[in-house]
Design a protein around this ligand. Sequence first.
Ligand code: WTA
Length: 631
Amino acid sequence: MKDFTRQHRISSLSEYTKAYDSSVKDPESFWSDIASSFKWKKKWNQTLKWDFEAPDVKWFLGGKLNITENLLDRHLEERGEEVAILWEPNDPDEKGLSISYRELHRKVCQFANAMISKGVAKGDRVIIYMPMVPEAAVAMLACARIGAVHSVVFAGFSASALADRINDCEAKMVLTSDGNFRGAKTIDVKGVVDEAVAKCGCIEKVIVYQRTKSDVHMESGRDLWWHDAIQDVSEEHQAEEMDAEDLLFILYTSGSTGKPKGVVHTCGGYMVYTYYSFLNVFQYKPGDIYWCTADVGWITGHSYIVYGPLLAGATTVMFEGVPTYPDAGRFWEVCDKYQVNQFYTAPTAIRALEAHGLELVEKHKLDSLRVIGSVGEPINEEAWHWYHEHIGKRKCPLVDTWWQTETGGIMISALAGITPNKPAHASLPLPGIQPVIVDSEGNELTGNNVEGNLCVKFPWPSILRTTYGDHERCKHTYFSAYKNMYFTGDGAKRDHDGYLRILGRVDDVINVSGHRMGTAEVENAIDEHPKVIESAVVGYPHDIKGQGIYAFVIAETDGIEDEIKETVNKMIGPIAKPDKIQIVPGLPKTRSGKIMRRILRKIASKETDNLGDTSTLLNPEVVEEIIKGAS
Ligand code: WTA
């Protein structure tokens, strides 16, 4: 079998340096060369057009393609019988699935035809609210095939959160399942969809994949079963011709205001960047088995379970369950079972599994592993060493990959075994990525041993193009803080060796178990409780989750902590439930009425020795009372 990936896989430090230099000197030729290895229906006539002020970024202008031809059709001749997806069900006793590229191609074409026959056309938005079954990937790819814009919503979000997303993008169809197996629980997915769709006038059809065989309501004229939808439907489909800048998907993510924003990615640039970054960070070689434990509801699942690996013709493992079921050795069992070579997970999972002790690790060999990776939040040194020593057996490079929903792909990371590994440091930018650290005025801090806010000063192919339906918001959030730069919302440090270390969010976003939660979003949910007057939410250090959610609440009465948690559960979902709720007599405010979160953060983190000057507050006396209440 020809190794078509070899051409763009960097294989030494000097090659990295060379690639990096040329990507900065002449970004257009650099990306053009990589893009040329794909199948285009029509070649682009301009590689890049950009203006960070507007913002307006376009890659491969005039190019026509379909991303699914590049991750399916293109592979059929050479590797049609190779495994594309290895599926591991929630229950280890249930039989898994091994789906070849040819089979996946057939399934995608068939479901694409089914969607068309149910009225979905190019440009329509389709919501995917599904468990981690191969059909979730089929659903995404079938949308891409016909040019519909998918928006995957993590199946742990509540009906209310789902309805907000459906309405925001005015979706026409929801793809879902009857239920969802998660560990020992069965979750009523269809019930959530029914409740959400009742609040959405735009949904015409709901297609339901049967997974749990639960007894669900099927609304006549609106709902139909997946297996019925594909009955007698052709397995041949001519992929829609898409412009490089046509929308591929929208993915909602939390920001510093109450409403989640729909991050928009487009076909051409996203394809080129996810492929290139996947190949180089994980050093994937044909025949390897790669496993990313994320959910397709998050960007990591999009870029590094589905798109990146399949573009590279890889075998990607998809896992339906949770790391602790039936016991906390499940990840390691699955690594051995499939002889996984590259394993990619989140620090929160590492810390949680570490807490279960080594016995469950040592039962497994883990000798197939060659590369281990981390994503979603800063990995603390302690967890880094545990992961490196006990899972990677000190021989696997550990890639700490920094990136965001907005960046589409990994931006700063070691390339496994190629560029140096340094505990708790994302380390070096990928070729094509030009990160800068700036001070509060936006001056670039050059040299080593500097700390500030992390920005990127030049576009890369998978940068977000807009926030759906609200371009101003995109401009304001990412391109207005510093002139001519993309602002990440993270703080970073360049250490004495020149390696980058990510210090965490500098805005009102909390990173809970690697999931982004806007404090305002949680506050809005809390305020829905009829007895709540006002609330302020901050993050605090949490041993397992990285950050926990601490809510300070002014309420008409005490003793409603559990009700508040339930309200948040209902408005957003279990991931947003506060870990601590403190009913307080007031919130510290400035004279202009702004809540002083800095003080609340310190109280939540038990750092009350140095609260700074509180005398300028409108209500300084309240600080003492809150501190008393906290202890
Ligand atoms: C954080 C996840 C430190 C960061 C891919 C970023 C990280 C946010 C790392 C994006 C890392 C992600 N080290 N922090 N390796 N990876 N983050 O959009 O704060 O869910 O801004 O994308 O997660 O989260 P998102």
